[in-house]
Write a protein that binds this ligand. Sequence first.
Ligand code: RIB
Ligand code: CA
Length: 312
Amino acid sequence: MARRIIIDTDPGQDDAVAILLALASPDELEVVGITCVAGNVPLALTSANARKVCELAGRADVPVFAGCDAPLERALVTAEHVHGKTGLDGVELPDPAMPLQDAHAVDFLIDTLRREPAGSITLCPLGPLTNIATAFRKAPDIAGRVAEIVLMGGAYFEVGNITPAAEFNIYVDPEAADIVFKSGVPLVVMPLDVTHKALVTAPRVAAFAGLGSHVGEVVASWTHFFERFDVAKYGSEGAPLHDPTVIAYLLQPGLFEGRHINVEIETQSPLTRGMTVADWWGVTDRPANATFMGDIDADGFFALLTERLGRL
Ligand code: RIB
Ligand code: CA
């Protein structure tokens, strides 16, 4: 029985690879829907990009919903400097033919979680948590019906990538993250501590290109484009492939190691807004609310990813 998931996303090249990985794994994962949020680029672009990716995978049947176009309380911060103007710079993909669903993403989340059996849906947020938090605010009854939230966001040892203190997804909407981290829903967190160990090095990009498929060519172009920012900033040998770690966890959790700890979100301080304060060393008596990952088998991750992309 495939695990039923909703991917909440702000594509972004790495989001796009995560969506492809999920769609390439129908025996293990049923993508019930894709909900789009403003983040890397504005909502109009993220909701177009999500559909481009579904069509690239030959899955125009997947329902795609537009959600919130701005954070709960703050102005939107985007990341064109990392993802390019379209958010999906690399090989040009055709404009999507498949339509957006009429329903708002938040209503889709609420209706689906109320309709489907409790504990049957896993949420996979890959961007700012605005849609999820808005749904929980509008329908508090649904939080108890979510099986698990597996998200990319935050950092502890790696600290920030958009500010010295904060990771982008949490930074953009700290209030939304605070709602999700206090929701009581079982949480698995893929922070920069893990994703910065999943670098798309030249041999790994070559393996994507070596698939000899259009998907392989496109993914190689995305990861090549995407790496500019991180290589320039960190001098790393490739870009961290953040969001696919969420889907890889669902497919092979043994690729990851972490701790069940307390993680809280800074929402008050301008200096450290969006920081994920992770009690990794257990120095407080604050209750554990998240499985916070600290390590990844990077070779195993890329082997899984490349093999699955080869199926598309
Ligand atoms: O900080 C990395 C995260 O921000 C990733 O999800 C990337 O897609 C951007 O949304
Ligand atoms: Ca993302």
